[in-house]
Each structure stands twice: as C-alpha cells, then as structure tokens.
Design a protein around this ligand. Structure first.
Ligand SMILES: Cc1ncc(COP(=O)(O)O)c(C=O)c1O
Ligand SMILES: N[C@@H](CCOP(=O)(O)O)C(=O)O
Length: 466
C-alpha cells in the first residue's frame, strides 16, 4: 500500500501517486494536490540531518513525498544535479544581520530568484518521468516575473517538453523580462499578456480546466499549484532551522508572499515536525492576505504595481491549500469559498477556520515607502543590500520578532534583478553577476496576446509538439 498519495483540495478528482501528481499540476476538479497525510520526522530523525550537505538533507525530506515512485539512487542523483547549478557552496546560505536576525539567501541559482531551488529539480523530475513513460508534455506557467525566468532556464533545450510562459506585459522588471525573452531554444515560448499576473494565472487555470485542450497538448504546470514545487521549498526551512539549533530550538520565519507557495512550504515543514514558532506572511501594498487574516474576509481589490512586482498578486493560489487544512480538510468548504471568489471576488473565512489560520500565521504589510526605507536603513546599519521583496519582509519581520527566538527572513531575489528600485532607495546600482553580464544585450523573442483563452490556446496548440 502507498504511504503517500495525493488528494485534491476540492475532493472531486481521483487521488494520484507522486509521478502522476507531478505531471498533472492542477487537479481535474480545479483543486490543488496535497499529500493525504503529512509525513512526520521525529526529533531524532531531524537531529540526524545536522551537518549534512544541502542535497543530502533535500533527499531525506523529498524521498518521503516521492514514496518510492522514483528509485532512491536516481532521485539522489537528480537532486545533486539540480543543486550543482547553484553558485554558492552552501546552496542557501544564512547571513546574520542582527543579534536574532538572519537572512536566508535563496537567490544563488541561475536566475537569481528562490524559484530556482524548486524549478531546477522539477525540470529533472519531469524529464525523468516523461522519459520513463516515453511521453512529451506541454508546460504552461504564469509569472509575475520570477517563476517564468526560472522555468525557462530549467526547461530550455529539454527535448520532452515545450514551455509556454505567460507574463504581464510591461509589469515585470527589465532583467526579469530578458530572462524570459532572451532564450533562443526552440522549445521556449514567452508570451506577453495584455493584463496583470492574475489574468495570466487565470488563463493557465482555465487551460487546465479545458479537458479537451489539456489532453490534446498533454498539459503540465510549473507554478506552485504543482505540489513538487512546494515539496522542494520545504527543504530550506529544515536547513535554516538546523543551522540555528533546530530541532531543539524554535525558529520563526518571515516570508515575502504573493502566491502563498513559499510560506505554505514553511507550514508543511511544521506539519512534518520542525519546531517553528512564528510563520509571518509579509505583503506589499497588494495586501489581500494581511487583510484576510485581520478581517476574516478574502476580498480582491485590484492589483497595484509596486517595486516588488513578483508579489503584485490578488489571487493567491496556495491559500486554497491552507483553507483545506484550516477547514479540517473539508473540500466542500473549499469549493464554496472558491465559487464565491469566482463569482464576487471575495469570500468569508468561517470563524473556526480563521482561528486555525491565526494560530499558525501572523501577517503584515510594508508600503512602498517602508520597503524603500528598509533597503536604505539596512544598508546603513549592516552593509547588507536587500532587494525590494526581501525588504518588504524585513520590515514586517521587525514588527513580528520575539527575542530570543531567531527570526529568519527569506531573501527571495538578488537585488540586481530590481536595479531601478534599489538605486532609488539607496543610491546603489547593483550589478548582475558575470554569468548574466550580457543579459540585457541578448536578442528578445516573445509574442504579445490579449488575455483571451481561445487566443492563447490557439497559439499554444499550433506550437506544442506533444
Ligand atoms: C522575489 C519574490 N519574492 C516573493 C514571491 C512570493 O512567493 P510566493 O508566491 O511563493 O508567495 C515571489 C513570487 O512568487 C518572488 O518572485
Ligand atoms: N511571484 C511569482 C508568481 C507565480 O508564483 P508561483 O510560485 O506560483 O509560480 C512569479 O514570480 O512568477
């Protein structure tokens, strides 16, 4: 019998094993896959991870979700390969910026964003499963800036997949855009959508819900709706905690949040037995999550463009996974909430569920001015240069820290991805690392489409080779 299988948050799609959930992305009922049960590590098992290299810790965590569906030696090799692409020997180093303050640098991968941590592994896992089955897949993804570049980097040139990334036209940073449009590989397609990130993400979900199209092109997804993305992100909560005395000491984390994938991975780590004190959600002016926790009402109010564009999101996909948990895994409650969101752009969180969410999470917002001031002040006080997403979180972390518990803030992007915002905040123009020095000179290749399902499906249908 399988120990781990994956069920949909909406309860109307069949349960799947790891490999099928990996290729499915979104469940057929529109829900998101979660493991039927959380694998739990004892304190002794967590202690045994101390001193191990990042890929070895990753293997120990990830194998519990893969549950034997990929042989251990193959899985271990893929993990080793994925993290060999990182430019720092510690993969995700922890930097101390104050007596109890730490920054977990997740941006040492090829595209300078935390997305590389999961995406490099996801591409290898998908390749492996597709090759095993003799199949091809069409990958679609929506991005507010970072997922797209990371996915294109990880999948470019792979012969079992074509990848189509939808990004909001004119609403990503110039560096982010070039990372998506500068690839010359034939299997890469960057599509600028005349809309915002939520429009892009809605199109992706609608493509998944169009069963005929989904089957015809063998659709697969790389956004954090795909369980494997979350799974890979769980690992760094463990490594950060181990570096600071875990599991024999509780640690808090503050996470710059948009689609709720990264902070949900922290929740999963806690469910797996990692002692975490506070999990703090940090938002920019697009503060739907902070408002929802405060008022109990999840209410869309239109997206505002900010200097942290990757967090300019209103429909925070992975919040659905949390709702499922907070409602005691009642999929009817999730279906009702999601129907409300679709019909009226809002829903009320039931009091018991809200209480459960507030037990697990705190939340806060940083305005544009507060984020810019945090970049400036952190530089003056510590010499450390933050990107605007991380600055948002550092601001919120300072208001949610409780000494002597260490507060780890997740640094989700390198400042050089957002040079204009960083320069305007503190006067420094951060340079791209040498391997990306020619990025802004690369020839751009992308198409522009309206946010219309038929137009996007036709475009993809004509080019997908699945
Ligand atoms: C730099 C950066 N920070 C934070 C986030 C938010 O992460 P999540 O969507 O997992 O909440 C994103 C996008 O996802 C991002 O690209
Ligand atoms: N901020 C993201 C938005 C998509 O998030 P994902 O984690 O669900 O892929 C981005 O940079 O694209």
């Amino acid at each position: 019998m399988k120990l781990v299988d994956y069920i949909s948050t909406r309860g109307e799609a069949p349960a799947l094993g790891f490999r099928d959930a990996l290729l499915a992305g979104l469940a057929r009922d529109g829900g998101l896959y979660v493991p039927r049960e959380w694998p739990v590590l004892t304190k002794k098992e967590i202690r045994a991870l101390r001193g191990k290299a990042y890929p070895d810790v990753a293997f120990e965590i990830i194998k519990r979700f893969v549950d034997g569906e990929i042989p251990d030696d193959k899985l271990h090799a893929m993990i080793g390969d994925a993290y060999a692409t990182f430019r720092h020997p510690a993969i995700v180093p922890l930097v101390q910026t104050g007596p109890n303050d730490f920054i977990l640098e997740l941006f040492h991968g090829t595209t300078l964003a935390f997305k590389d941590v999961a995406m490099q592994l996801l591409a290898r896992l998908m390749d492996y499963v597709l090759a095993e089955r003799g199949e091809r897949a069409t990958i679609v993804g929506a991005t507010s800036g970072d997922t797209g570049g990371a996915a294109i980097d990880a999948f470019a040139g792979r012969d079992r997949t074509d990848i189509f990334i939808l990004f909001p036209h004119g609403k990503v940073s110039p560096v982010q855009q070039r990372q998506m449009t500068g690839s010359s590989e034939a299997n890469v397609h960057a599509i600028a959508i005349e809309g915002n990130f939520d429009d892009c993400q809605n199109l992706v979900k609608e493509m998944f819900n169009d069963v005929a199209f989904r089957e015809r092109v063998r659709l697969s997804g790389v956004n954090s709706i795909n369980w494997a993305r979350i799974m890979a992100q769980v690992v760094y909560y463990f490594t950060a905690s181990l570096s600071l005395g875990g599991p024999d000491r509780k640690i808090s984390f503050t996470v710059p949040t948009g689609n709720f994938g990264d902070v949900f991975a922290g929740y999963v780590a806690k469910k797996m037995g990692l002692p975490i004190d506070r999990l703090v959600i940090a938002t920019n002016d697009n503060d739907i999550l902070a408002r929802a926790l405060k008022t109990g009402r999840y209410e869309m109010r239109g997206v505002k463009a900010t200097s942290s564009p990757s967090m300019d999101i209103q429909i925070s996909s992975n919040f659905e996974r949390l709702l499922f948990e907070a409602h005691g895994r009642d999929s009817t409650a999730v279906r009702n909430a999601m129907a409300g969101l679709k019909q009226s752009g809002s829903f009320e969180i039931a009091p018991e569920a809200l209480k459960a969410i507030r037990r697990e999470f705190k939340a806060g917002r940083a305005t544009e001015r507060q984020a810019a001031a945090t970049i400036r002040e952190t530089l003056e006080a510590t010499g450390y240069l933050l990107d605007p997403h991380t600055a948002t979180a550092v601001f919120v972390a300072a208001r949610n820290s409780k000494a002597p518990t260490p507060m780890v803030t997740l640094a989700t992007a390198h400042p050089a991805k957002f040079p204009a915002a960083v320069k305007s905040a503190c006067g420094i123009d951060p340079a791209l690392p040498s391997w990306l020095a020619d990025l802004m000179q690369r020839e751009e290749r992308f198409d522009t489409l309206q946010p219309e399902l038929k137009a996007v499906e036709t475009f993809i249908g004509e080019r997908a080779r699945a």
